[in-house]
Write a protein of this length. Structure first.
Length: 377
């Protein structure tokens, strides 16, 4: 494992750290630096902005409300939030479609960060301390051209869906979604270092987070200080690799939601991720198959400068959570297509090692990466 971590660092990631669990054994490791200026090293216990892994927490909170009868999975979202999704779309799009990304609502990020379409970081810098309201971001997605018909597959991954789910939680619980998720998901799982940020800074030991924007920012710029209102219940959580493994272990063991709710979460459909790949997506959960190592469940996610993946084998006995402090390292070729980078292969080797162990990693060196790839979620 340490050799695989070192390989990711040598390939160009400033810092990488991980926790891997195999039955009752736990391994933690790190390689590289948390700050390229001072040389401060990364450590396995650092806090990280975990991006779209937040979606599993939000989905679990929704399923708890389904169990209590306050939300119906196949009810139209217009029954709950007619002001946010009005008219025919509100009547056609169900809560389940929001959870599994088959609503047809496009992602709002390209509209909140318009310079990204030109390969410019201007929007990232302009929005660093901006306080977005969920309703204004949702409106960007709802008003944009549809990504597909409600319920059609493959679905299209969209952060708009999960901001709506956050507003749905507020509607039915009478408290903020962040407060509900903290009390009923984070605390129920016994997570001590996981939470929604209350300002632009991360509390506790953490790495700087370097964004390359596909070569548009050279050298990569630190975005660890950032107002996360642009993503909220879709991707704002801060956590540790230890906490993520604990959370997914308890979720898949039926201790966060009921077994019947978990079965609903594990009903997958094909969904096009933001990087264009096709993934098996349930209700806030990815399904990841391997050659000979079993089926894994979890999520990955990125925000500006930070990438994380957390996967747990279906039997709960093998887990891995990995964090890196560099994102969007693939520079485009002359046609605009992101080029392969040594980091891609090094991460694939690391993930395979973490999921399958040394022997299986040697036997299956060309297995596909577990992650759905760098996205903007």
């Amino acid at each position: 494992m340490q050799s695989a971590l070192d390989g990711v660092h040598r390939a160009g990631v400033p810092g990488v750290y991980a926790e891997v669990r195999d039955a009752d054994r736990t391994w933690r490791g790190a390689s590289g630096v948390a700050d390229v200026t001072t040389g401060r090293p990364v450590t396995p216990d650092m806090r990280q902005r975990v991006g779209s892994i937040t979606k599993t927490f939000t989905a679990a909170a929704i399923m708890q409300q389904v169990e209590q009868g306050r939300i119906r999975l196949d009810a139209p979202i217009g029954d709950y939030l007619p002001q946010l999704v009005p008219g025919e779309r509100g009547r056609k799009i169900t809560v389940r479609m929001l959870l599994n990304n088959t609503s047809g609502l496009p992602d709002y990020i390209r509209y909140a960060f318009p310079s990204l379409g030109e390969g410019s970081s201007k929007s990232l810098d302009d929005n660093r301390f901006r306080q977005f309201r969920p309703a204004e971001l949702i409106k960007m997605g709802v008003d944009a051209p549809p990504a597909g018909e409600p319920g059609a597959t493959p679905g299209v991954y969209s952060n708009t869906n999960y901001l709506l789910l956050g507003q749905l939680l507020e509607r039915v619980t009478g408290t903020t979604a962040e407060e509900y998720i903290t009390r009923n998901v984070i605390e129920r799982a016994g997570l001590r270092r996981t939470g929604f940020p209350t300002g632009p800074r991360i509390g506790g030991p953490h790495s700087r987070m370097y964004e390359a924007l596909w070569g548009g920012i050279d050298p990569p710029r630190d975005y660890s200080v950032y107002n996360m209102s642009w993503t909220g219940t879709g991707a704002a959580l801060v956590s540790t690799m230890e906490d993520l493994n604990r959370f997914y272990g308890k979720l898949l063991d039926g201790r966060i939601v009921s077994r019947s709710s978990l079965a609903q979460m594990q009903r997958t459909v094909p969904v096009v991720a933001l990087d264009g790949t096709l993934i098996d997506y349930g209700l806030g959960l990815h399904k990841v198959g391997t050659r000979g190592c079993g089926t894994f469940w979890g999520h990955d996610g990125t925000v500006w400068g930070a990438g994380t993946i957390s996967l747990t084998r279906a039997d709960g006995k093998r887990q891995m959570s990995v964090a890196v402090n560099l994102q969007r390292w693939n520079k485009p070729d002359s046609s605009g297509k992101p080029q392969h980078h040594p980091i891609d292969e090094a991460l694939k080797t690391l993930q395979r090692q973490a999921m399958c162990g040394e022997a299986d990693a040697r036997e299956n060196p060309t297995s596909p990466p577990a992650s759905s790839g760098p996205d903007l979620s």
